[in-house]
Design a protein around this ligand. Structure first.
Ligand SMILES: NC(=O)c1ccc[n+]([C@@H]2O[C@H](COP(=O)([O-])OP(=O)(O)OC[C@H]3O[C@@H](n4cnc5c(N)ncnc54)[C@H](O)[C@@H]3O)[C@@H](O)[C@H]2O)c1
Length: 335
């Protein structure tokens, strides 16, 4: 099979991460173009991929590619992804899909009409520790799961004129921008939510227009509970990035920071899996290529991703109105 030709659009922080993890896929995909409004950033990518074209406008490269990887400011996700899908390109779009529901729906419809893959880059779903945890929970290896808690503690501060410092361009606060990964994981692990609440603050992160610190509690149909604490204001941390799944026969910990999956039962610890720490975007890209080649629906497709964002929008709305959010009708298997 000939290699899939891909353009990297948006060569900033996350674009760079993708490119560093890309090397293992060179047999299957060819980076044909790197695009950034700041030409030097696109050139920095093509330094690693000699022969790839540099451009500052993505329209210029669309004729030469089969697919695009978009790592752009959130307020540009919709317009650029829509133009690429309209041009008949497969799209791997960084999270969150788009800042408004109507835009997400339009992207889903365009991908369907054009019969092109639209996949959202929820890289945590492709992390080996998270994938193994999901298998263990589904197989009830340690009994029934009744609580999953997720901590993401980091210090993230963008310059004042950066797009991510604006609530409008970011699409919300920490929960929308970063917590979307973990709402997606909670729905994946625990099923359909019925109610939930969010409490956020920007005390500690005054550079954020909306919350820089989030606490989310969700209750699911089967009585299970999910929790996410995320902050961009951590000046120190012990847990950093960790997922704890409490089951009736013990606890499974995915220590994302140190790359280890551990089973803990009454003080005894068993290491289940080690994995290199960092983002395993090479697995995500491999899945995107599989979907293009076989026509299968991505694990992180537009419909499921929209469900996760709907949960966040409902949580924000209920928080503003001082009530618990009704989340019935949401879940990755709903439409
Ligand atoms: N999956 C993850 O863990 C993760 C982590 C960080 C960021 N992200 C996501 O990646 C995306 C980008 O975030 P980032 O942190 O890399 O931001 P960034 O600001 O570092 O990079 C964005 C890049 O897009 C370029 N750009 C802006 N407008 C453009 C246009 N019209 N055409 C081409 N290039 C343009 C900018 O010059 C910049 O280089 C966001 O969706 C973000 O949520 C994902």
């Amino acid at each position: 099979m000939s290699k899939i030709k891909l353009a990297m659009v948006g060569c900033g922080g996350m674009g760079g991460t993708h490119m560093r993890r890309f090397q293992t896929l060179r047999e299957r995909v060819e980076l044909t173009a790197a695009v950034d409004v700041v030409r030097e950033k696109a050139e920095a990518v093509t330094d690693q991929f000699p022969g790839a074209t540099v451009a500052t406008d993505f329209h210029e490269v669309l004729d030469d590619v089969d697919a695009v990887l978009l790592a752009l400011p959130h307020h540009l996700h919709f317009s650029v992804a829509q133009a690429c899908l309209e041009a008949g390109k497969h799209v791997l779009l960084e999270k969150p899909m788009a800042n408004y529901e109507v835009a997400c729906k339009e992207l889903i419809q365009t991908a369907e009409a054009k019969k092109r893959v639209l996949m959202i880059a929820y890289c945590m779903r492709f992390h080996p520790l998270v994938m193994r945890m999901k298998e263990l929970l589904d197989q009830k290896t340690y009994g029934d799961v009744f609580q999953v808690s997720i901590w993401t503690e980091q210090l993230t501060r963008y310059p004042e004129d950066h797009w991510a410092s604006s609530k409008e361009r970011l699409g919300g606060g920490q929960l929308f921008s970063h917590g979307c990964h973990y709402i997606d994981l909670l729905l994946w692990f625990l099923g359909r939510p019925i109610k939930g609440m969010h409490m956020g603050t920007n005390l500690g992160t005054p550079w954020m227009e909306r919350e820089g610190t989030s606490n989310v509690t969700l209750e699911f149909e089967n009585g299970r509970l999910g929790y996410h604490f995320g902050t961009w204001g951590a000046r120190g941390s012990r847990l950093r990035y960790a997922i704890h799944a409490h089951c009736t026969e013990g606890m499974i910990e995915a220590d994302i920071t140190n790359g280890r999956l551990v089973y803990i039962h009454r003080g005894e610890e068993t290491v289940l899996l080690d994995a290199e720490s960092g983002k395993h975007t090479e697995n995500e890209m491999a899945h995107f290529l599989d979907c293009i080649e076989t026509g299968q629906q991505p694990l992180t497709d537009g419909i499921g991703s929209l469900q996760g964002l709907r949960v966040i929008w409902k949580l924000y709305e209920a928080e503003n109105e001082g009530r618990i959010a009704d989340l019935t009708g949401l879940g990755l298997d709903e439409v």
